[in-house]
Design a protein around this ligand. Structure first.
Ligand SMILES: [Zn+2]
Length: 543
């Protein structure tokens, strides 16, 4: 009996272990089709989309087509991969007036190109589709369509699809590396509602019972940035005098929230001023800047940043840093708009490098504070967010399978950048680097390596070990020290090879730099008075 129990116990344990092992690398063929630059994607360069759909709120149904224009850049080009997540369905694909064969493999659709296309050719293909798109479970995290009603019982509908992918509601090349250079978005809806998408409103076509809103985007746009927001909207606007000239800033809110919005959205021009200072000109002047109210928290949709922070300061009224500074601004306006520079202007090629979006943008919150309340306030804020770091997984995820790194990409990312600012030790230079990134990688998709190399070149420091430590491990460098016979002894523990980041410390009440590595080093000290500057994200431990 006892033996059997033990055997059962062993069986249970080993089955749990097997499951854990399986979960670790449990990527499917579908993940690879979604997350890698497949041969069926590689041969064509996306140039333009025209998404033209009808949204039927009563049925929670959408139908329409996406016209895709592309340039042929390599051979062979027998199949073209277009992504559309089930239960949505491609009904037909048309090129040069002919219907093409579509082979479906889960969420990937392979369209058979009947005859060879020459390198350099510019072609278009129309993808017709329809269906009941996935309903957002907990937008924006569990994305899809949010079919909500406002307080007056009117339809209040929005899309969100970061991570999940835009192919959850429209057919496209659903990989971050390739962006359409421009886009048109036409949305047909019941007459009593309004739709707000990205870019500028070209015109509204009126039909018997419906209207079609035509929006146009003049700049490269990532797929998850594309959005549809439908509701009983009213609009107000202002012209901002920015670094690149006059910038239209438009605000679309529910009719009954107009007064609240006029007060709360004063953070928007303040944001623009602070971020143009730190990051350079807003990257999409041609498309204007918009804030659009939605029935979920918010998202960085390009040139139509969505807002659902209940017209409160902080994050739904909370201060993420617990220092008080987080209540000085509306978190969603500042954070989501910060993404216009890091996510929409500089975009990760692979979602594994999403820390480029979230790390820099979480860091932008404290630069906003820095601009209006000074350096100490900003440091307190970013250091305050440290307690939210889990160190569960590295910031960089797995490449090629649409896999994000740890949620630590926000606060650990921000604290890594704050630490880097200390190493640069020159705020003008630091600002030049942040602006330089936005100029160097203007409207581009990039890898972590490109960001690392740029910062290393500009700072003239080899930051390889620094980035390896903070981006690719969960280890936090620990400065071990002891004080014996008027000697301070110190070394790093818990570090990657070659990690030797200098840090600022106080010794006998005097501020200085020390240069620890994995070997014990010594320095004279008179008393017991030793402390590491809190601006550096490391641990210290007396041993
Ligand atoms: Zn974000």
């Amino acid at each position: 009996m006892k033996y059997r129990l033990i055997l059962l116990f062993i069986l249970i344990i080993s089955s749990i272990e097997a499951q854990l092992l399986q979960n670790k690398n449990n990527f499917t063929k579908q993940d690879t089709l979604r997350g890698s630059i497949t041969p069926e994607r590689e041969w064509w360069d996306l140039t333009y989309y025209h998404l033209d759909i009808e949204v039927k709120p009563e049925l929670k149904f959408i139908s329409g087509k996406n016209t895709i224009q592309y340039k042929v850049i390599s051979e062979p080009n027998e199949f073209m991969q277009i992504d559309l997540q089930q239960p949505m369905e491609i009904t037909k694909a048309i090129q040069d007036g002919k219907e093409l064969e579509v082979q479906v493999e889960g969420n990937a659709n392979f369209i058979l190109i009947p005859k060879k296309q020459e390198i350099g050719d510019i072609k278009t293909i129309e993808i017709y589709y329809d269906g009941y798109p996935r309903e957002a479970v907990r937008a924006p995290w569990g994305g899809g369509f949010s079919w909500k009603k406002d307080k007056n019982g009117k339809h209040f509908i929005a899309t969100s699809c970061q991570g999940l992918g835009a192919s959850v509601w429209w057919p496209n090349k659903d990989h971050m590396y390739d962006e359409a250079d421009s886009m048109d978005i036409s949305v047909t809806i019941p007459k009593e509602l309004m739709n707000v998408s990205n870019g500028r409103l070209k015109n509204i076509e009126e039909h018997d019972k419906t209207i079609t809103t035509h929006w146009t985007v003049k700049n490269p746009i990532n797929n998850y940035g594309v959005n549809v927001n439908i509701g009983d909207y009213v609009n107000f606007s202002e012209v901002y005098d920015g670094e690149k000239g006059k910038l239209d800033m438009d605000y679309w809110v529910l009719s009954y929230n107009l007064d609240k919005a006029k007060k709360q959205f004063k953070d928007a021009p303040k944001m623009m001023k602070a971020f143009e200072h730190w990051f350079g000109p807003y990257p999409f002047y041609e498309d204007s800047f918009k804030l659009v109210e939605v029935p979920y928290l918010g998202m960085e949709h390009q040139s139509s940043v969505t807002y659902g922070n209940q017209y409160k300061n902080g994050y739904l009224g909370m201060d993420l840093s617990d220092t008080g500074w987080g209540l000085k601004f509306d978190f969603i306006i500042i954070h989501e708009a910060g993404h216009e520079w890091f996510a929409n202007n500089i975009t990760n090629k692979d979602i594994a490098d999403m820390w480029i979006h979230e790390g820099f943008t979480a860091y932008s919150e404290n630069l906003f504070l820095d601009y209006y309340y000074g350096k100490d306030a900003s440091a307190e804020y970013v250091i305050g967010t440290r307690k939210r770091i889990q160190n569960d997984r590295p910031l960089i995820g797995e490449y090629g399978v649409n896999h994000e790194g740890s949620g630590d990409m926000y606060y650990k990312g921000a604290n890594m950048l704050h630490t880097l600012r200390q190493l640069v030790e020159d705020d003008d230079k630091w600002r030049e680097i942040l602006r330089g990134l936005n100029a160097e990688f203007y409207h581009q998709t990039v890898t972590t390596k490109q960001i690392e190399d740029y910062i290393s070149q500009q700072t003239k420091k080899d930051l390889t070990a620094f980035f390896n430590q903070y981006l690719r491990t969960t280890q936090i460098p620990t400065l071990e020290y002891k004080i014996e016979n008027s000697q301070l002894k110190f070394r790093y523990n818990n570090i990657v090879d070659d990690f030797d980041m200098p840090i600022e410390v106080e010794i006998d009440g005097k501020h200085e730099w020390i240069f620890p590595n994995s070997e014990w080093k010594t320095k004279p000290i008179k008393g017991e008075d030793f402390a590491v500057d809190k601006d550096f994200y490391i641990y210290s431990k007396k041993v």
